[in-house]
Design a protein around this ligand. Structure first.
Ligand code: URP
Ligand code: ZN
Length: 586
């Protein structure tokens, strides 16, 4: 069975098939060059100066602007059915919003439930997406259970359906979560097939236990979600995933690194030669978990996502610096949007709040604002983390992710001076809340060209439903598998101290505090193990919630009713001494 080639109906094809972008600063990962880009029939035909082009070609003046590869968002969940709800941004609204923000390709996830066929799930996503997408898309496929059939279907997907990446979960117990031996099997199979293993790294068993304890202690509001998933629970899983993948020499891609300690582990094991890539998110660099402690239940619930946004407000700066310095390699959105009505499904129990936030539209602007505008990264690195690295890892480079002759004409003319203020009132997404509400962003996509069609024209959105197409991602990405080859050749890798990072966690203090204004990227052994009260012990000393709660109040506000001693005890759990990140492993 092979993937059908989709024909774009004539009326959806670009009326203007020739385009010249003049006088821009053309940015690729390794260069910024003044010049022109000539596009014909959806493909870049010439790049340079004084180009000879046919008459009648439309000209876009990019003077004073950057001409960058269209963004590639490697992590979206459009119309996903998850936690009893279906995400409100479907493949039409989601990709339209993506284009509005300067993203010209997304990679979504076909996630089967346990026992379901990977192939059938993939086909279902294809059928739904092909009709609706305004920009190109690819698919990762989830492996949420293990059997011989799954093994075979992974091969079929790789050989005949343009899939080269499989997503596993160490969280969502009884839903998506795999145990270590299953992870081992999946990673081994990925390696055999030349694929990339993706992992959502959080310790699902610990989360389930902590969630039970919190609910029993009366913590039912959105803050309970954050408390049940502390940083070490993410960091432990990141380390464990690295160890398992390293045993079978499988290239590993950690999705949504949200915490300093996890980012430090990714950075550290990469330096030891382990083939691992770290993705963080627009949400994690653009905002933080303090919003999840808001007194308004709905406001707090809107920020519920997993792993959670971290309450340590220095996290975003740390993560963007990691991105700039190649401790992390790329930034996705994990756009998985649920309306406030849907979020309210968890009004009495935080474990029932559908997890997920927006980001597909604002990812580029947020990274520009926090990265380039703030002076942390240059424009070349911006291109790398928002586009090129995803193209390379998922093996669609140089078709995507660069501005060169022969590449798809997915291009953004980026105005670095113009500003916009993000708001749910004006965004193009279907969701009724925006986690970046009120953020002023310098850097606006003035033109967005998708396969040669001008889909944002002087700021006006003109996306076309069904114009996008599925882009197969072939196995054996040279970018990835060259690294695997080198790692295998390197005899010293057997002695890599990944286990040292991971197995010594109980004694280890990952000192990643911001010191003297600089960020220590390396985990350091602490002089002594941190001495902290256990979260469980402190939690049991918190009085439970009493009476009916209004949706406007999160259980966090309950702490205001506590006497001082009890409050201190609770606050200590929420915000351990020294901060979540620098306090070591609890
Ligand atoms: O909160 C999230 N991330 N929701 C989407 C599902 C996932 O974990 O990717
Ligand atoms: Zn996700």
């Amino acid at each position: 069975m092979s993937t059908p080639v989709k024909k774009v109906p004539l009326h959806l094809q670009s009326a203007q098939n020739r385009l010249l972008i003049k006088h821009g600063k053309i940015v690729n990962v390794d260069s910024v060059v003044d010049g022109d880009v000539y596009i014909e029939d959806g493909v870049i035909k010439q790049v340079g100066s004084n180009l000879i082009i046919p008459g009648g070609t439309r000209i876009i003046d990019a003077r004073g602007k950057y001409v960058i590869p269209g963004g590639i968002d490697p992590h979206t969940h459009l119309e996903i059915e998850f936690m009893g709800a279906k995400s409100v941004d479907d493949f039409y609204r989601g990709t339209k919003a993506a284009i509005a923000g300067g993203t010209t390709m997304i990679i979504d996830f076909a996630l089967p439930k346990k026992g379901q066929s990977l192939l059938e799930t993939y086909q279902k996503y294809r059928e739904s997406a092909d009709e609706k997408v305004c920009c190109d898309y690819g698919l990762h496929v989830g492996v949420t259970w293990w059997s011989d059939k799954v093994r075979e279907e992974m091969e079929i997907l790789c050989k005949h359906h343009g899939v080269n990446s499989f997503k596993t979960f160490m969280a969502y117990k009884d839903v998506f979560m795999l145990g270590d031996s299953e992870l081992f099997e999946v990673f081994e199979r990925c390696k055999e097939l030349g694929a990339v293993a993706l992992v959502h790294a959080e310790n699902g068993s610990i989360i389930a236990k902590k969630a039970q304890q919190l609910l029993a202690a009366g913590i039912t509001g959105p803050e309970g979600h954050q408390l049940s998933r502390p940083e070490p629970v993410e960091a432990e899983a990141v380390g464990r995933a690295c160890v398992i993948a390293n045993q079978v020499n499988c290239p590993l891609y950690i999705v949504r690194v949200t915490s300093k300690s996890s980012a430090a582990i990714v950075s550290s094991v990469r330096k030891q030669g382990v083939v691992v890539f770290g993705e963080t998110l627009a949400s994690s660099v653009g905002t933080d978990g303090t919003r999840q402690l808001d007194k308004s239940w709905l406001h707090a619930a809107a920020y519920v996502t997993s792993p959670p946004l971290r309450p340590d407000p220095t996290t975003p700066e740390y993560l963007i610096t990691m991105l700039a310095q190649d401790g992390l390699q790329l930034v996705g959105s994990d756009n998985c949007t649920f309306s406030l009505d849907q979020k309210a499904m968890g009004k009495d129990d935080f474990t029932k709040i559908p997890n997920g936030v927006n980001g597909v539209e604002d990812r580029m602007s947020v990274v520009w604002e926090k990265g380039v505008h703030s002076g942390v990264m240059d424009v070349k690195r911006f291109v790398a983390v928002t586009s090129t690295n995803a193209a390379k890892i998922f093996n669609i480079y140089p078709r995507k992710g660069c501005i060169a002759v022969g590449s798809d004409a997915d291009i953004v003319v980026w105005d670095p001076v113009k500003t916009r203020v993000i708001s749910a009132k004006t965004h193009n997404q279907a969701v009724d809340f925006n986690i970046f509400e009120g953020m002023e962003c310098h850097g606006v996509p003035e033109y967005v060209i998708v396969n040669g069609r001008v889909c944002v024209d002087e700021g006006d959105l003109k996306a076309v439903q069904g114009f996008g197409k599925f882009v197969p991602t072939p196995v054996y990405s040279e970018y990835v598998y060259e690294k695997v080859k080198h790692a295998e050749e390197d005899a010293t890798l057997n002695a890599v101290s990944v286990p040292a990072v991971v197995t010594k966690m109980n004694e280890l203090k990952l000192d990643i505090a911001v010191e003297n204004g600089g960020i220590l990227l390396e985990p350091k052994l602490a002089d002594e193990a941190p001495v902290s009260p256990s979260a469980e012990a402190s939690l049991t000393s918190c009085p439970s919630s009493k009476g009916q709660r209004n949706l406007q109040d999160s259980t966090f506000s309950i702490s205001e009713e506590l006497d001082d001693t009890a409050r201190k005890s609770c606050i200590r759990v929420k915000n351990p001494p020294g901060g979540q990140s620098s306090g070591g492993f609890w």
